[in-house]
Structure formats: structure tokens, C-alpha cells
Design a protein around this ligand. Structure first.
Ligand code: HEM
Length: 146
């Protein structure tokens, strides 16, 4: 069970990462290029939101199987255990909340520029946090760790 969840969570990271990168690039291009907020933009942002939420759900289940998640006196003293038990979850949940807020704000925004701007800012910050979190975890950003 651990292995299946681990591989699914590890693999879905590519979907989240690439969807986020493309969404952020298009949002900045739309914001500064004063472009229409198209159906394509809306769909991509929704795919990014859904894949992130799915990743969080998988992560939450994986949390109960991973040998790196431990609640004991040693956890906070060991950087690997601390990372997987506390830091990874905290950073990824913040990123997921930012993506959720950014998408909701873009839906409520009244014009194209405002829609692109909220995606660019909120998704952009989330992308930064996700990249930093994965690098801090010592796992490859775009590679297979095992
Ligand atoms: C945007 C959300 C998230 C992303 C992009 C993400 C990404 C990743 C990545 C890249 C790995 C390493 C996979 C590998 O080594 O191949 C990982 C592992 C893991 N993640 Fe997440 N994660 C997210 C959310 C979460 C959440 C919310 C939790 C827990 C509540 C979580 C728990 C874990 C656990 C327990 C591991 C496995 C550690 C191990 O046993 O090696 N993740 N995650």
C-alpha cells in the first residue's frame, strides 16, 4: 500500500508541477499582454486546482504509511523526520490554499487583467513554495527518487 501511494503521489507531482508552470507563464503573459482570459486559461487553471487537491488527498493518506513520518521525541531533532512529518505538509498545504484562493479570486474578478493577475500572483507563489519544498526534501524536483 505504501509503495502504491508513494508512486502515485510521486508521479502526480509532475502533473501539478507542469500544469502550474504553464498556468503561471500564461497568466503573466495575459496580465502584461492585456490578453483575453480564454476558456483554455480557465480549464488549465481548473486542471491545476484539481490535480493539486488530488495530490493533497494522496499525501494525507500517504502520511499514515510513510516510515519518514514519526511522532516521537526524536522527530524534531532529525532533519529528515522533521521535514516529512512537519515541513513538507505545512509548505504543501500553504501552496494548495494559495492555488485555491487564486482560482476563486480569478472567478470573481471583473475583467481579464484582474483574472490573469490573481492567477499569476497566487499560483506563482504556490509554485515557488512547491519548488523550495521539494528541493528542501532532498528529492529530485523532476526525477524519480526510486
Ligand atoms: C501540492 C502538494 C504536494 C506536492 C507537490 C507534493 C510532492 C511530493 C514529492 C515530490 C514527494 C517525493 C516523492 C519522491 O521522492 O519521488 C512527496 C512525498 C511525500 N509527501 Fe507530498 N506533496 C504534496 C502534498 C503533500 C501533503 C499535503 C502531504 C501530507 C499531508 C504529503 C505527504 C507526503 C509524504 C508522507 C511523502 C513521502 C515521504 C516518503 O515516504 O518518502 N504531501 N510529496
Amino acid at each position: 500500500m505504501y509503495e502504491i501511494l508513494f508512486q502515485a503521489h510521486s508521479g502526480l507531482r509532475f502533473v501539478v508541477f507542469f500544469a502550474l508552470v504553464i498556468a503561471v507563464i500564461l497568466a503573466f503573459a495575459g496580465w502584461f499582454g492585456n490578453r483575453d482570459y480564454t476558456k483554455g486559461n480557465k480549464s488549465l487553471n481548473l486542471i491545476t486546482l484539481i490535480s493539486t487537491h488530488l495530490q493533497v488527498v494522496l499525501g494525507l493518506v500517504l502520511y499514515f504509511y510513510s516510515p519518514f513520518v514519526q511522532f516521537g521525541g526524536a522527530t524534531m531533532k532529525d532533519s529528515t523526520l522533521r521535514y516529512w512529518t512537519v515541513e513538507h505538509v505545512a509548505m504543501m498545504l500553504i501552496a494548495a490554499v494559495l492555488i485555491t484562493i487564486g482560482n476563486a479570486k480569478s472567478k470573481r474578478a471583473l475583467n481579464n487583467v484582474a483574472k490573469h493577475r490573481s492567477i499569476a500572483i497566487y499560483f506563482g507563489l504556490a509554485l515557488l513554495i512547491i519548488v523550495i519544498a521539494i528541493v528542501l526534501g532532498g528529492r529530485p524536483l523532476l526525477g524519480i527518487s526510486r
